[in-house]
Design a protein around this ligand. Structure first.
Ligand SMILES: C[S@@+](CC[C@H](N)C(=O)[O-])C[C@H]1O[C@@H](n2cnc3c(N)ncnc32)[C@H](O)[C@@H]1O
Length: 221
């Protein structure tokens, strides 16, 4: 018998399928600077293989491809076929600088062999996962990275107790706690999570989007 209660992952897929065509209008301009800071922090080199977890509408795919160049590769997984369709349209309009392989898939179980990538990138995605699933996502990122491979995480960032100055951050936390079906994400402690997954944190930057703290973290395997 099928479980009548959809999992959070099934809800996410449906949610992003529904908003895929409008996603860039809602999120792109606000989040672009943070996404680009994450891509820059990865310090990609020509010829590298990079994978993106939760590539969304493919906003960083072209940038990643430009940095690894024609001898590199960009791969990615996203749970939403709707987001993949938007990303594919973008790539059809602006051909990427290297081979690109985007798939529908779940970041908790990546369809890639061990040690296949030099770098992994994820933005505004890790904070969608329930706390108990985040270690699985990070462990999969680690598995598919080569020794010495880098993982960049861009995410909404937790504020230490007693230091909440952003009303927007407090609103996200409250809305996610009380109405998780409306607000699917919440701030997370990305440096601590990346460290707990066995990465050595080499870069840590704090930015803000409309006062909301955002972390850019790079961990090395
Ligand atoms: C907030 S969007 C961010 C998209 C993109 N990274 C960006 O910064 O513009 C989150 C993305 O994560 C994807 N996602 C959600 N759950 C996922 C999962 N379990 N595995 C892979 N992707 C997932 C969603 O479909 C969506 O495209």
């Amino acid at each position: 018998m099928t479980d009548p209660t959809p999992t959070v992952h099934e809800s996410n897929r449906k949610f992003y399928d529904r908003i895929a065509d409008a996603y860039d209008l809602i999120a792109d301009s606000n989040e672009k600077a943070a996404r680009r800071a994450g891509v820059k922090a990865l310090a990609l080199k020509p010829g590298e293989a990079v994978v993106e977890l939760g590539f969304g509408t493919g906003n960083e795919v072209l940038d990643l491809a430009g940095l690894v160049g024609p001898t590199g590769t960009v791969s990615g997984v996203d749970i939403s076929p709707g987001m993949l369709a938007v990303a594919r349209r973008k790539l059809a309009t602006t051909p990427p600088a290297c081979p690109v392989n985007l798939l529908v898939g779940d970041a908790r179980s990546l369809p890639f062999a061990d040690a296949s990538f030099d770098a992994a990138y994820t933005s505004f995605t890790l904070e969608l996962f329930p706390a108990e699933d985040i270690p699985a996502v990070l462990s999969e990122a680690k598995r598919v990275l080569k020794p010495g491979g880098r993982l960049a995480v861009v995410s909404m960032s937790v504020v230490p107790a007693g230091q909440h100055t952003s009303a927007l951050e407090r609103t996200y936390v409250w809305m996610h706690r009380h109405f998780p079906h409306l607000v699917d994400c919440r701030p997370i402690d990305a440096p601590a999570l990346v460290t707990a997954a066995g990465f050595r944190v080499t870069t840590r930057q704090e930015l803000t989007i409309w006062t909301m703290p955002v972390a850019v973290v790079v961990g090395e395997k």
